[in-house]
Design a protein around this ligand. Structure first.
Ligand code: IMP
Ligand code: MG
Length: 191
């Protein structure tokens, strides 16, 4: 295809923070909780925040034992660095109105809180019957805006993580675990 050497993603990993088994177990627990909490609700709608939420959505959705629909929203708040630009933008909107529906936002990580604060306010203005947030990861030490998140998978320290949907510069989303990159991977940013 081209002559560049093929990059070994695993070689860029400093350490694994959450392995596949732990992810699987915790997501089963979260799905069981959601299945119980939404008992009797017919029109549950999971809204996946793209791109980072796609792997989590896929596993969570399949573990929820209740009928539900899916929709997707593309949100951009990061450049190619590891810190949020602060400005949240909708780059792809939902396909359907959510008036009167029970909405659960599915997100990969809550960091400053800006993305989910924006999403919560934006979606509430569309008059859903209910609105809750489910985030696989949470970095509590980095919060700038207080957002109520009903379902949290793991609280993690203030480290930039990749894998299981999360990227650095659009790469590493396909790793099956959550990991911290080696410092030299970020080196070109500090240059
Ligand atoms: P917030 O708006 O600062 O809460 O950031 C939320 C978004 O930033 C997430 O949806 C992620 O896409 C991205 N993000 C935050 N922390 C990380 C990280 O450690 N690794 C990869 N992406 C991250
Ligand atoms: Mg991202």
């Amino acid at each position: 295809m081209n002559d560049k050497p093929i990059r070994d993603l695993n070689a860029d990993i400093d350490h694994i923070l959450i392995d596949e088994t732990a992810l699987k177990m915790r997501i089963q627990e979260m799905a069981a909780q959601i299945t119980a909490d939404y008992a009797g609700i017919e029109d549950l709608l999971l809204i996946c925040v793209l791109k980072g939420g796609y792997v989590f959505l896929s596993d969570l959705s399949r573990a929820i034992e209740r009928p539900h629909a899916l929709d997707f929203m593309g949100i951009s708040s990061y450049g190619s660095g590891t810190r949020s630009s602060g400005a949240v933008q909708i780059i792809m909107d939902l396909k359907e109105p959510i008036v009167g529906r029970h909405v659960l936002i599915v997100e990969d990580i809550i960091d400053s809180g800006r993305t989910l604060d924006y999403m919560r306010r934006n979606l509430l203005a569309r008059s859903p019957a209910s609105l809750r947030i489910c985030s696989l990861l949470n970095k509590p030490s980095r919060r700038e805006i207080d957002v109520h998140v009903e379902y949290i998978g793991f609280n993690i320290p203030d480290e930039f993580v990749v894998g299981y949907g999360l990227d650095f510069d659009e790469i590493y989303r396909n790793l099956p675990y959550i990991a911290v990159l080696k410092p030299e991977v970020f080196a070109h940013l500090q240059a």
